[in-house]
Every structure is written in C-alpha cells, then in structure tokens.
Write a protein that binds this ligand. Structure first.
Ligand SMILES: [Zn+2]
Length: 695
C-alpha cells in the first residue's frame, strides 16, 4: 500500500486551520477501500478551543457518526472536552446508552454530530493524531488459525496486539488497562484482533504513514503466501470496478459474466435460456421483499472472480463462518444464504437458519430482525447482494467483494476462522449499531423500487429520471447519448448507452439492469423523436418507417422484453409517453401522430393483457413541453408564426394559460406510478395545460 500524501495538497489543507491536515489525511485513508469501507474507521486530533469566557479548553476533534472518511470535512469532527473523556475512561462501568449521552454532554458545540463510539479510546492515546482503520489485510490475518501469533511475528514488540472485545466503552477500558505502563514513544501501533488497527503520532503525516507502513507489512505477508492463487485480486489491489455497472456494462461483449452465465444449460444460448437466471433473480428479489416487508434491491455479481468463488466446493460453509469484521454484520448479517440453480428455496432455508441463530444467541430483551439475507452465494453463478435501498446495496456489494477475497486469503493461511457466533450476534444486535441503520427520515415511496427510463439523458426522460430519483427509486437510465452513463454519478443510477431500436442491445441493457438492481418495476417508455414536418403528398417512406420504428415498434419490443420482469416486479406499472397529437393531430405530422396513436392503442391492449398479473399500463399525453430538445428556438418561432403569435404567447397557449415544463410531465409520471393511481390502468392523461380541441 502506497502513501498518498502529497505535500502541496497537504499545505492547502493545512492553511484551512487547525483541522485542515486532519481532514486531509482522513480523506486519504477514506480513499483506500482496503483500509476503510463505508464508515469502518475513524480518526481524531487533539487541540484547544476557546469557550465563551475566553478560556481555552483541551478538546478532542473526533470523527462524528454519519460521516464517511473519504468525504469528511471539518464539520465532521465534533469537538469534545478531552478531560471529560479521560474521566469517563476511569469509570468502572458505563452502559452504551449512558456513554452516548455523556459523549453528547461533553460536546463543546451542541449542534455538532454525535462523536464516534470510539471517542474515549481516541482520548486515551496521549499523542495528537490518532488514525484507526479496519484494514483488510490485518483483519484477514487475524481471522486465521494462528492469526495472533502471525501478527506478532510480523510486528514484533513495537505493536501492541489486543484480543477482540466489543467496541465502545469496554474496548476503551481494555486499551486503558493495556497501555497504562506503556512507553508511547516506542509503540508504533495497536492491533485490535478481528477488528482493526490504530496508529498515532504528534505529526499528522507520520501517523498516517505509520498506518500505511504497518498495513503494508501485513499485505506483504499475505502477498508472499497468496501470489500463486488464481482468480483472486492481488493483495493490495482493490477489487476492480462495480459488479453490476462498470465492468459488466462498459464492454458488454467483453464481459465474461454476460455471455457465459446466462447459458446455464450447457451450450444453449437461446434467448429463453439466457433470460432464465435474470427472471429467477427478479422473482427471488420479490420474495425477499416480502420477507423484509419493504421493496428491496438485489445485485448479481457475475464477474469471473465472483463466479470462481461461487464454484468452490465448500463455498456454502465458508460464507457461514462469519464476516471479515463483526461490524460488517449490521449490513450483511453474520452469514449469507446459499442459492442453488433455482434460488428460491435458499431464501426459505436462510430464514430458518437465521431464526435458529437468533434463538441460540438472543437475550430476553432482543427482538428478531427481519430474516431476509443480505447476501448469498448463487452456486456457480456468482454472488448476490440484497438491501432495502441503493446506498445500502452498494455497501453490501462492496463488503461482500472484500470479504470473499479475504476468505480465500484466510483459507490459504490455514482456514478462514472468525470470531464465535455469539460475538457476531452481540455486534449485530448492539443497539448502537442498529441505531446507525435507522433513519429519522421517512422512507421515500419509491425506495427499493426500480424504474427504467428511456431517452433519459435529456428533456422529459431526464426530468422523469430526476423525479423518480428524488422519490428514492433506483433508476436505469437508457439513452442513445453515451453521456447518460456518467450524467448522475450516483449509486442510485445505472446509465446505459443504448439504441432502443436495436433489439439485441435492449435485451443486453435489460439484463444489466436486472443484474444491477434485481428487477424492473416501472417502465417509463419515453424515447422518441419528432420527424421533420411533411404533408402526406410529400411523405418519404424512409422517414415514415423511421418514425414508426422509434416511436412505436421500439416501445413494443421494450415492453415485450420487460414483461417477464414487470410480472415479477413490485407494484409494477408501465407509462408510455404519448402526445397531444393522439387526440388532436396536426397537419404535417402524420409520421409522428400515427406512431403515437399506435402507441396509445398498444398501451390499451397491454393494459388488458397485463392487468391480470397486476401490471398497470397508462399513457401520458404531453403537449408543447418547451424545455425539451424537440423545441429548438427555431421550431418555437416557426410554430408561433404558424399560429400568428409571439413565442411567449405560443408557450402559454392553452386553457390554463401556463407553460408546460418537462418537470410537470415527470410529476405526473411519478404520480401515475404511485399508489395514488393503484386502481388506474388503460388511462390516457393529458399534461398540456388544457387543450380546447381535446376537452
Ligand atoms: Zn473500529
């Protein structure tokens, strides 16, 4: 592992004040997923702060909960009274609830975020900077039969190695007792077995680089023993890319997962056989949602490394042993499910295994959490992650990726061996950890649901994608314009460049969508274009056919291929973007109006055919939505002139006298897909400000 320290960058941060360098090196740690994964680490710096009386007090600025090291800013380090923390450490006992209350009481700024549960530990280290990570390499070595001895061999007596203990007050007490007579100037760091590693120094850079140095020693040890292992990321190199999106998507043809996985019956590459695992995944996700009681997302990592892991003869037993570090279990539960070719029975098996695990370890006050697995191995097909929203799906996917790699290292070191299940349980059910999962905000209506939007890079499509994102949906954004792949840069969006008139590309995109989020619940079929105006006597057949192909047939194909996924979807619904030209056509627009009229009729037939399986199909008829690509200034001026109006008059030329924006169409689309319209199918709804010819 390399130090990322850059003197120029560092001096820019240093200029920002007392916390500047602390922010800088925390971000450096956060940039390295092998050190900290989704909140798995914390840092602090000691300083002084003047109170309102002008007296300076010693403070500990420690990472606040809810902040991620990679993106932390000065506001993410609440100032806590240092002496108060040290006094707390000397108490014989302190309950978790009391500790959290005391941490807030010790704040010098009552509106600051709650200090990390490891704040007291940070206070006990007498050096200015303290860095704490859950480094994969260090933790993985401790999860092997001779882990402790191995770490002693690697670090000698310059690093204190402490047995596992629950984080929080008792961990602080343990460190307090173990370091009472220690010579801090000789100590390079502290390893917390099965948990992580701590480094410290009065100098920010030295503390950070000590972390890199110590973790590198563990990595070198692993490298020497695992270099010959095929198909595992080399030690020190983070697993590449994102399972669903980038690697699979960037080059569909070159992705080993895309082609071979589908063909489960050997040699059979017929579309049905290729489709089967994706349909199974969508059904699995719906069942899992029922198990958790809310819509959940699923991700199938079908890259070569995941598939190789899933083909190990003892893989089911390996993932049952336990997580990389116990605090992962709040996201992943302490063990995963095993899914066979038909994955559904694996879900039920997990439910009973989880309930049995709960009964074995629970204390009287505990209530069993939902029994839905958060990850599982799909034998010979790869790894699955399940979670109730996009953010957590990303967390689970990342943890699973790091864990499967560490399990294989651990196997090489003599056998993956984690903490006893009781310790895993205690952390999973620790109130402070569970509190992290709870959000004070209400769950948005579309959280856990997947919306596929075509023509998503601009105009109505983009507005719809944004509106569904704002309601918590996972959005699959398709567009001819390749910029769609980078437009949002959010775990909530999978952008796919796709020509919807090309059948094979649409199918490929659908597989990517289902692999990435687990299904399709809402299809917003929008992609279309307005061909140049032509009267019938001048109609060219090529233009006519192109319009029918894009504005009608492409929608049919997409609906056809989406149908199996919609039928396995959660509150599934289809929305076609029609046009005012359906009820009120205009001269010169035959190619467009006829295609859109066909689309409206397709929607009605689809409503009849799909209603039995709960899929609603409705059409929106927007008119004159001026902030879309179709309405260039030139077109606007032409149309306005055609009606003898100014552009401003023309924009508001409707019954309500108000311009219609793409966000108005998007709001209607979200409403139509929502439970407010649960009893509506086969409807055609105008979004046109009121049109006299239609009313
Ligand atoms: Zn920790």
């Amino acid at each position: 592992m390399q130090s990322l320290w850059n003197e120029q960058e560092a001096s820019r941060f240093a200029a920002q004040g007392e916390l500047g360098l602390r922010v800088y090196s925390s971000q450096l740690l956060g940039r390295e997923p092998d050190l900290v994964l989704h909140g798995g680490g914390n840092t602090s710096v000691k300083g002084t702060l003047a109170n309102v009386f002008g007296e300076r007090e010693d403070v500990l600025y420690v990472k606040g909960s809810g902040w991620d090291l990679q993106t932390i800013a000065a506001g993410g380090f609440p100032p806590v009274r240092l002496q108060y923390l040290k006094r707390l450490a000397s108490l014989p006992a302190l309950s978790d609830t009391d500790m959290m209350r005391e941490l807030r009481l010790a704040l010098l700024n009552p509106s600051a975020p709650t200090p990390s549960v490891e704040a007291i530990l940070h206070a006990l280290v007498p050096l200015r900077y303290v860095d704490h990570t859950h480094a994969d390499a260090v933790v993985a070595i401790s999860n092997s039969p001779n882990g402790e001895a191995t770490l002693r061999e690697i670090y000698g007596d310059e690093v204190l190695i402490l047995p596992y203990i629950m984080p929080g007050f008792i961990l602080a007490q343990q460190v307090h007792a173990a370091t009472r007579h220690v010579d801090w100037t000789r100590l390079k760091g502290i390893v917390l077995l099965h948990h992580g590693i701590i480094t410290f120094d009065d100098d920010c850079r030295r503390s950070y680089e000590r972390m890199i140095e110590l973790v590198s020693l563990a990595e070198d040890y692993l490298k020497a023993r695992t270099a010959d292992m095929p198909g595992i990321d080399p030690v020190g190199a983070s697993p590449a890319g994102d399972p669903g999106a980038s690697s699979v998507g960037a080059s569909p043809a070159g992705d080993p997962g895309a082609s071979s996985v589908g063909a489960s019956p050997a040699g059979d590459s017929a579309p049905d056989a290729e489709n089967l695992p994706f349909r199974q995944l969508a059904t699995l996700r719906r069942q899992a949602s029922a198990m958790m009681g809310v819509a959940v997302l699923a991700r199938w990592d079908r890259r070569a490394q995941a598939r190789q892991f899933s083909a190990l003869p003892d893989v089911g037993e390996l993932i049952a042993r336990g997580p990389l570090t116990p605090d992962h279990s709040i996201h992943t539960k302490p063990f995963g499910a095993v899914f066979a070719e038909d994955p559904l029975p694996g879900l039920e098996q997990f439910r009973s295994d989880y309930q049995a695990y709960f009964e074995r370890h629970a204390k009287p006050l505990h209530t069993c959490l939902d029994p839905m697995p958060r990850f599982g191995v799909w034998l010979n097909r790869g790894m699955l992650a399940l979670a109730p929203d996009c953010k957590r799906l990303q967390i689970v996917s990342d943890i699973v990726e790091h864990t499967t790699r560490a399990i294989q290292w651990g196997e090489r070191l003599g056998g993956w061996s984690t903490l006893p299940k009781q310790d895993q349980f205690d952390l999973e059910y620790w109130e402070l950890e569970q509190a992290k999962l709870k959000s004070s905000q209400a769950r948005p209506e579309f959280a856990g649901r997947v919306v596929l939007v075509t023509g998503a890079a601009s105009g109505i499509g983009r507005a719809c994608a944004d509106a569904f994102l704002a309601q918590g949906a996972a959005v699959v954004a398709l567009d001819l314009n390749p910029e769609v792949e980078t437009l949002w840069q959010s775990p909530q969006v999978l952008g796919i460049a796709c020509d919807v008139t090309r059948e094979e590309l649409v199918r490929e995109a659908l597989h990517r969508a289902v692999g990435h989020f687990g299904g399709v619940d809402v299809l917003l079929s929008n992609a279309g274009s307005f061909p140049p105006s032509r009267r019938i006597e001048a109609m060219d057949e090529a233009g006519w056919s192109q319009s029918l192909e894009l504005n009608l047939t492409a929608h049919l194909r997409l609906l056809r291929d989406c149908t199996p996924f919609l039928q396995a979807g959660i509150e599934p619904s289809v929305i076609f973007i029609g046009s005012k030209n359906v009820p009120a056509p205009g001269p010169g627009a035959a190619a467009y109006s006829v295609a859109k009229a066909g689309l409206a009729q397709l929607a009605r037939v689809a409503a009849l055919e799909l209603g039995g399986s709960g899929v609603r199909v409705n059409t929106l008829h927007p008119n004159a939505v001026f902030d879309t690509g179709i309405w260039s200034d030139e077109v606007l001026q032409q149309r306005a002139a055609h009606y003898g109006m100014s552009v401003q008059e023309y924009k508001k030329h409707n019954v309500l006298g108000r311009p219609v924006r793409s966000s108005d169409v998007a709001a209607a689309a979200v409403a139509l897909a929502s439970s407010a319209f649960a009893c509506t199918t086969g409807a055609q709804l105008p979004v046109d400000g009121g049109n006299e010819r239609v009313i």
